[in-house]
Ligand binder design. Sequence first.
Ligand SMILES: Nc1ncnc2c1ncn2[C@@H]1O[C@H](COP(=O)(O)OP(=O)(O)OP(=O)(O)O)[C@@H](O)[C@H]1O
Length: 273
Amino acid sequence: MDSHNTLEVNRLCVDYLLDDSEFRAVKEVSFNIRKGEIFGLAGESGCGKSTIAFAITQLLKPPAYISQGEILLNGENTLTMDKATLRKTRWNKVSMVFQSAMNSLNPVLTIEEQFRDMFYKHKGYDEQESARRATQLLDLVGIEANRLKDYPHQFSGGMRQRIVIAIGLALNPDLLVMDEPTTALDVVVQREILLQIHALRKEFGFSVLFITHDLSLMTQLCDRIGVMYQGELVEVAKAKDILLKPQHPYTQKLWHSIPAAFEQSMAVEEASL
Ligand SMILES: Nc1ncnc2c1ncn2[C@@H]1O[C@H](COP(=O)(O)OP(=O)(O)OP(=O)(O)O)[C@@H](O)[C@H]1O
């Protein structure tokens, strides 16, 4: 394993057990994410992106199972870890921001209580220390400390998603897995949140696995992009190269769907990031 890699996925296969057969959703996929890198996974619906995200965070549920391969986080194979080590790894080393922020937050707990729960479990912080740290984290994502006592339903969708991201960053993970993190939000809020992620990873140096259907957003945010097609990773390249010089016919087809005007705006967008 290269010490510059936060994540290394080697020949990963994930199968779904069906009634009388098996379906291979992820087929010998290999890629790596370097320290501080934002890596995007693109591809049409059903090509296996979320299955990979769940495999990496070890949150796959039956009937899915990993039938082959290695997932190395900072050089350690998460597939051979015992349960206790795995529990620690999840959150401390890798955390996941899911599609629906509302479902990730507990509706009957205030934001302060949600942070407290996590800090108590993972760090043993008392109430005061937890509130202090939660205030700092909310500040990072642009939410004022006086909202700590509010419940999830008292926030807008964009704010809730930012809170989920703050919780995801709370234990300083090395890798943040974001599966369609802003899909339900309007474009302006999406962009705001992603700019924040971009700035935060510069400050803290964590790596990001970013999954979205929005290819223009992906090319703006990611350093490199992997393109999946029917469970296989068919191409990996720098975001700019994959946009301007796609090699695989499927990537060419996929990228055809981005308006030409977008390409011209790339330079401008890059400057603003
Ligand atoms: N519980 C399940 N049982 C059987 N097959 C499943 C199950 N969940 C997912 N699959 C199959 O695994 C494949 C990969 O699904 P996955 O959700 O990873 O795709 P995706 O690329 O993330 O799609 P989307 O962009 O729509 O979220 C699909 O063909 C899907 O039908």
